[in-house]
Design a binder for this molecule. Structure first.
Ligand code: G16
Ligand code: MG
Length: 212
């Protein structure tokens, strides 16, 4: 029985994925290394530093650990600059109406995001009010596909994993949800992930999934 729903943030509730792309693109242009949407898709759900490793791996460029730290920080400065444009008008009405219906149906709702900027994004978009708990990049040691971020969310909600459903746009996030022993639903980029137990086109389709 599903009691709680854990939502990934970037790519599920809000389209910040494009801001991540633009911020990394500034860095890769400076370094004169290639970076495209295809590589960007590999960064979904992956932590900041691990994302940089993936980008560097694709380019063959080697940099020191201290330089990596600086580059990741610089990327975040660009990203946070883009986030200043974000507000509640950037949230699809399908998202807010679905969250409202789920609350009315007494589901507990949480965020399970790899981002260290999750709370800032939730505040800027006025999404924060819908959630009973936020598990994000600040409270985990291992990022997706490790299940930690979702297991923490479940424990904040005081629910056992088998009663939780995860909505994800990243393959790494579907893997993390499965690993956590939760029901997994793929959307967006992960809508055709074979490993997801369900696949939806828009967030409100989750209401149909819950009838199963
Ligand atoms: C998001 C994005 C990733 C990003 C990660 C870390 O995760 O999908 O691309 O690298 O957060 O973000 P930050 O640099 O803000 O800490 P999610 O889990 O919400 O999709
Ligand atoms: Mg995501």
């Amino acid at each position: 029985k599903v009691n709680a729903i854990i939502f990934d943030l970037d790519g599920v509730l809000v389209s910040t994925d494009h801001f991540h792309y633009k911020a990394w693109k500034k860095i890769t242009d400076q370094l004169l290394i290639p970076f495209d949407e295809e590589v960007n898709n590999l960064l979904r759900g992956v932590s900041r530093l691990e994302s940089l490793d993936i980008i560097l791996d694709h380019s063959g460029l080697e940099v020191s650990d201290s330089e990596k730290k600086m580059l990741a920080e610089e990327k975040n400065q660009y990203y946070v600059e883009f986030l200043q444009e974000l507000n509640e008008t950037n949230i699809d009405s399908d998202v807010t109406s679905t969250l409202e219906i789920l609350i009315e149906k007494n589901y507990k709702l949480a965020i399970g995001s790899s981002s260290r900027n999750a709370k800032f994004i939730l505040e800027r978009t006025k999404l924060k009010q819908y959630f009973d708990a936020v598990s994000d990049g600040n409270n985990i040691l291992n990022s997706k596909p490790h299940p930690e971020v979702f297991l923490k969310a479940a424990s904040y909600l005081m629910e056992s994993p088998e009663n939780c459903l995860v909505v994800e746009d990243a393959y790494s996030g579907i893997e993390a949800g499965n690993e956590a022993g939760m029901i997994t639903v793929g959307i967006g980029y992960a809508a055709d992930a074979d490993s997801a137990q369900f696949s939806i086109k828009k967030l409100s389709d989750i209401l149909e999934v819950l009838k199963n």
